[in-house]
Design a protein around this ligand. Structure first.
Ligand code: SF4
Length: 227
């Protein structure tokens, strides 16, 4: 495990809960709009060990509702399932993932209370928005695993202002009948992996809400977040 950071208290990483957030280092994608790109491209001088994190979570457990494991891409790490298993003995675990490691995801799910999987774009634009070669069959497999096996979950798309309403319609068709879909407002705070994406102006909220209303019939719940 390569763990780059730990935040003892977060109100935004698991809707409605107070969590400690664990940031893993490294990602197999290079999303041009990524604002966590330091966790993707710049290996920190000091990495934290899983033991160190377990101890911190143990000390905090009375004060938090759970932990959120995010990145980077947490499932990139071979020993992630063991780590999640250990954390789940102490508190509830939320996992953020880009969905490209379905086998590890399947193994981890029994120990995960909530999973949030990114859907970067409709299939035909996936590689453009992920900034990397993507095996769509693995993304598809993760979607099915989550729909069928996750205790609770959401699929979410960052509303990068290069995605059109039609792109969201295609995503909705792809994810059809999923429990929850979240359209996340685009943010350039802290910069973006590719500089030109920092210049893009986020869509206005009314437009995102209009998309949400339109695609809502495909989901049990559809919402616009990070306002
Ligand atoms: S936004 Fe993309 S590049 Fe950044 S951590 Fe997530 S999957 Fe990786």
């Amino acid at each position: 495990m390569l763990i780059a950071g730990f935040m003892p208290e977060s109100f935004v990483d698991w809707r409605g809960k107070i969590v400690a957030t664990i940031f893993t280092y490294g990602c197999n994608f290079r999303c041009p709009f990524c604002h966590n790109y330091t966790l993707v491209t710049e290996k920190p001088e000091r990495l934290m060990s899983p033991e160190e994190i377990i101890e911190k979570v143990e000390n905090l457990k009375e004060w938090i509702d759970g932990v959120c494991i995010t990145g980077g891409e947490p499932m990139l790490h071979e020993d992630i399932v063991e780590f999640i298993k250990e954390l789940s003995r102490i508190t509830q675990v939320k996992l953020d993932t880009n969905g490209s490691f379905p086998d590890r995801l399947r193994e981890a799910l029994p120990y995960v209370s909530y999973v949030a999987m990114d859907i970067k774009a409709p299939k035909e634009r996936y590689e453009e928005l992920a900034g990397a070669k993507v095996d769509i069959s693995k993304i598809d497999e993760s979607i099915q695993i989550i729909k069928n096996k996750a205790r609770d979950y959401e699929f979410r798309t960052t509303a990068v202002p290069v995605l059109s309403k039609e792109d969201f319609r295609k995503i909705a068709e792809w994810l059809s009948e999923a429990k929850r879909y979240v359209i996340q407002q685009y943010s350039t705070q802290g910069g973006t992996l590719r500089r030109e994406y920092a210049k893009l102006r986020p869509y206005n909220i009314e437009f995102l809400q209009e998309i949400c209303r339109e695609i809502k019939p495909s989901f049990r719940e559809c919402l616009v977040a990070n306002l």
